[in-house]
Ligand binder design. Structure first.
Ligand code: PHE
Length: 452
């Protein structure tokens, strides 16, 4: 009998153990991109967001049009490719998110909490704007957006809370389904659709009578408009827009297999992100000019000026619906990537199951998002703090962890493994010296003169 009990308990333990390991293995397997196309779609999905369609056109409109665009493109090539490849390599070589990856440097484990919190803060303000976009989408179907005061009627009003909760719920459902089955699949559908819709909208906008003045303003750099603020804004825009903050891209990189490409993917991601920003500008600015309005309106450009443009356009309501739907795709794909960083941190460090981690992160985001939805001043503070300062700080720490502590040579070997193109020593020089120096300069300038 005792022998029987011990055999029984032994096989029970073995059974539990095998079930557990296979379940863990399955979860780990699910935590990988099925293809490089899927990885790319997810990274472009994260990069393309409010930064491109909301901030880029109004910042370009406010800070000198073509001058802003020219500097942006120039900087993008210098820092974009270097930054993306560094963050991906860091995540892939260390096999985890910022907390695990930053642990290569002293206090790194604690420093890695910062990008995780930054992602949470960005997600919180994102959910507020996402809620407005959902409300504008519904309003473009019912015709309410053509009411002059529509933005004021909904923004920072209790009625936007329900849309905030809907926005977070949609994001949560996709993240809960997993990296491969949720995030990758959703982005593979959303990204091509987003490109097609934006191109249709841009064609409509640039062919409006009188639109060419806007195209000229937007595409012709006026060198007299270039000043220090233009440079600073364009630089911080590059980081925010490419999701370079030591968070999302580190986590997404950790899901990419070691024998797959990172180098060519970084070029493709930077180019797609810039293309979307440029096309979004072509959707907004020429149309605004065509109807004799001003593009320097600021953050309200797409919510106040654009509905007026749609109202004066033939079949404008159709374009309004398409425009706000496109915005939903862009915002959702980014929100997913932000939530994933929080989920990843809970699963990795507290060993929580994915469902539980996603559920808790979603609840916390609902609480902070709802708070920001009705507190305008706090909302503005969080937008500036997270999208300018914390993003840059996170990107700086990621580059230092990889190039100075993990080792730049080792990092380059790791990066080139599986790469369709190989990066030379220039990459080490860029990543180790130029990139952090540029970041420190913006950070200091931003702290001293304040930008935003
Ligand atoms: N890249 C996103 C955008 O353009 C914002 C973002 C920043 C997302 C940092 C993740 C990390 O809207």
């Amino acid at each position: 009998m005792p022998q029987f009990t011990s055999i029984f308990s032994w096989s029970l333990i073995r059974h539990i153990y095998t079930v557990r390991t296979t379940r863990e293995e399955m979860e780990r397997e699910e935590q990988r991109w099925a293809s490089t196309a899927g990885f790319l779609a997810a990274c472009v999905g994260s990069a393309v967001g409010l930064g491109n369609i909301w901030m880029f056109p109004y910042r370009a409109g406010k800070y000198g049009g073509g001058a802003f665009l020219a500097i942006y493109i120039f900087l993008l090539f210098i820092v974009g490719v270097t930054g993306l490849t560094m963050e991906w390599t860091l995540g892939r070589s260390r096999g985890g998110g910022p907390i695990k990856s930053f642990a290569v440097m002293p206090f790194g484990k604690y420093l890695g909490v910062l990008p995780t919190v930054t992602m949470f803060l960005i997600l919180s303000f994102y959910s507020v704007v996402f809620a407005w976009i959902l409300r504008f989408f519904v309003g473009s179907i019912s015709g309410e957006i053509f009411r002059e005061s529509f933005l004021n009627d909904i923004a920072f009003q209790p009625q936007s809370l329900i849309f905030c909760i809907i926005a977070i719920s949609i994001t949560t459902l996709i993240v809960m389904a997993g990296v491969k089955r949720g995030i990758e699949r959703a982005n593979l559908v959303m990204m091509p659709l987003l490109f097609v819709l934006l191109i249709i909208l841009a064609i409509k906008s640039v062919t409006l009578p009188g639109a060419y003045r806007g195209v000229e303003f937007y595409l012709m750099p006026d060198l007299s408009e270039m000043n220090a603020t233009t440079w600073l804004m364009a630089l911080s825009q590059v980081f925010f827009s490419l999701s370079l903050a030591g968070g999302t891209m580190v986590v997404y990189g950790s899901y990419q297999s070691k024998n797959r490409d990172l180098t060519l993917s970084s070029v493709a991601t930077s180019l797609s992100d810039t293309a979307v920003a440029i096309i979004a500008g072509l959707v907004v600015i020429p149309a605004v000019f065509a109807f004799g309005m001003e593009p320097g309106e600021g953050p309200e450009l797409i919510f106040v000026t654009l509905p007026k443009v749609f109202a004066s356009m033939r079949f404008g309501w159709i374009f309004a619906i398409l425009f706000f739907f496109t915005l939903i795709l862009a915002t959702l794909s980014t929100a997913i990537s932000l939530l994933e960083v929080c989920v990843n941190a809970l699963c990795e460090h507290l060993k929580w199951r994915r469902k539980k981690a996603t559920f808790l992160s979603a609840l916390l985001t609902m609480a902070s998002g709802s708070f920001l939805s009705v507190n305008e001043n706090f909302f503005e503070f969080i937008v500036d703090l997270s999208s300018i300062y914390l993003v840059i700080l996170g990107a700086l720490m990621a580059s230092i962890a990889l190039m100075w502590f993990y080792g730049s040579k080792r990092a380059r070997d790791e990066l080139n493994r599986g790469g369709r193109i190989k990066f030379g020593r220039w990459w080490e020089v860029m990543g180790k010296y130029v990139y952090p120096a540029v970041l420190i300069v913006i950070l200091l300038a931003a702290a001293l003169f304040g930008i935003g």
